[in-house]
Design a protein around this ligand. Structure first.
Ligand code: FAD
Ligand code: NAD
Length: 367
């Protein structure tokens, strides 16, 4: 009932305050919510503009000021979860006393639906690029010290590059650096690297430009977006992941998170659709994980295999799905995640409805 009321009226607005010592200025945001963490706040400091966006459900609370004095580039962000308090600790450049925090900039102290806020970008540096398959690479970007941003599980960001004089943006879903990276809550602070698995399309508009970047070059990265919420995984017993091609990317963090943080989980099954064996992203890691963790199983389905392929063939079909989607018990709580080319996702959604899975049991990743 409480959730219903919140859904109709929206959460109540956070507020902020600030205090100082000789060397520090602390901005405190009182969110009035308990389920916040380091993902909930995105901080950017640029010249004298300071911006802290706190995301609460579908709303965004903004502290946006031109600071009255200079600060050092780096700062720290702390979250006191049980009281819903966020503290951003800034280091003064000079040990003088500030009479005020600064003057308000656009939308300062506003609490508005997230869909009404524009995308905000900061420049990140390319720190490494590694081949994963013949056409897919693992890109690692580093956030500037003047930013705090952690992309929540299941969400994507937009990357922006100037291409022939115009700024072009495309969405990409961050992954972990491997399927075996540590994934314990709370996520460590100062998590400054963001990893992406990106397929380069030689005739594509954006990806060949991205591929041209040299180590040290910059790419703008937006605030996260997406409608996956981690509580869809709570109390889950069976998790089914249906991924096609780079539609594997949102599954990476979902998979890591579920195996590490959901004690009720009995089974995670990934059905991974690709054209050929050479297209399978992180195949050996997936096979190793299935060997190491008995809850996890992976099945590869190829739409254009060579004659040597002895595994499953074809595209997504009711026959493949009904055989694959076996609950561990009649009443087990299940979630089926789907991601891939639009026709794949649309056909898959229809097949899942026909197989009598309810809307709550299906999540499709889209823009
Ligand atoms: P495009 O210019 O879009 O072209 C892609 C291919 O289609 C090329 O082969 C091109 O020749 C062909 N093509 C273009 N137009 C036509 C046409 N009219 N008719 C026929 N063929 C055409 N991708 C990833 O690799 N990793 C990710 O993590 C990832 N995450 C995503 C998250 C979301 C929410 C969404 C919506 C997409 C995601 N994508 C991801 C896809 C990504 O956003 C881009 O669409 C992709 O990188 C292609 O961009 P491009 O500009 O290089 O290619
Ligand atoms: P691909 O062309 O290599 O195809 C991979 C598999 O998808 C094929 O083997 C086939 O099984 C299936 N498939 C392809 N076209 C199909 C069709 N018309 N009908 C049914 N099944 C089909 O895939 P790719 O080039 O890696 O493309 C991946 C797609 O996933 C892109 O369109 C990308 O935008 C999308 N994507 C979306 C998100 C998201 O929305 N969150 C995230 C990542 C990727």
């Amino acid at each position: 009932q409480v959730t219903d009321t919140l859904a109709k009226e929206g959460p109540s607005s956070p507020s902020y305050d600030w205090f100082q010592t000789d060397s520090l200025v602390t901005i405190v945001i009182y969110t009035k919510q308990k389920d916040i963490n380091l993902d909930s706040v995105i901080v950017d400091h640029r010249d004298d503009s300071f911006r802290a966006e706190t995301v609460i459900k579908d709303y965004s609370y903004l502290v946006h000021v031109a600071l009255s004095h200079e600060i050092q580039e780096d700062f720290s962000v702390l979250v006191v979860e049980n009281v819903g308090k966020i503290e951003i600790v800034l280091k003064k450049k000079e040990n003088t006393s500030w009479k005020r925090l600064g003057h308000p900039l656009e939308n300062h102290n506003s609490f508005i639906p997230k869909k009404d806020t524009g995308l905000f970008y900061r420049k990140c540096q390319l720190v490494s690029k590694e081949n994963v398959t013949h056409d897919t690479k693992l890109f690692c970007l580093m956030l500037p010290p003047s930013a705090h941003l952690q992309v929540p599980v299941g969400q994507h960001v937009y990357l922006k590059l100037p291409i022939t004089g115009t700024e072009i943006v495309k969405p990409y879903t961050p992954v972990s650096d491997s399927l075996f990276s540590e994934f314990k809550e709370p996520v460590l602070p100062n998590n400054i690297y963001i990893y992406f698995l990106i397929k380069i399309y030689p005739a594509g508009f954006f990806t060949p430009e991205l591929d041209q970047l040299q180590i040290g070059d910059s790419v703008s990265v937006s605030n996260p977006e997406g409608n996956f919420i981690i509580c869809q995984l709570q109390e889950l017993e069976d998790l089914f992941l249906l991924a096609a091609g780079t539609g594997f990317t949102p599954m990476v963090k979902v998979l890591n998170y579920a195996l590490t943080n959901i004690p009720s989980l009995r089974k995670v099954k990934l059905m991974f659709f690709n054209k050929t064996e050479d297209d399978i992203i992180w195949r050996s890691q997936l096979e190793k994980l299935a060997f190491k963790d008995k809850r996890f199983e992976v099945e590869f389905v190829l739409s254009a295999p060579t004659s040597e392929w002895s595994g499953k063939q074809g595209c997504i079909s009711p026959a493949l799905l009904s055989e694959f989607l076996k609950r561990s018990s009649d009443t087990s709580k299940v979630l089926i995640c789907l991601c891939g080319p639009t026709p794949f996702t649309e056909q898959g959604m229809k097949m899942l409805h026909d197989l009598n899975f309810s809307k709550d049991e299906i999540h499709s990743f889209t823009a």
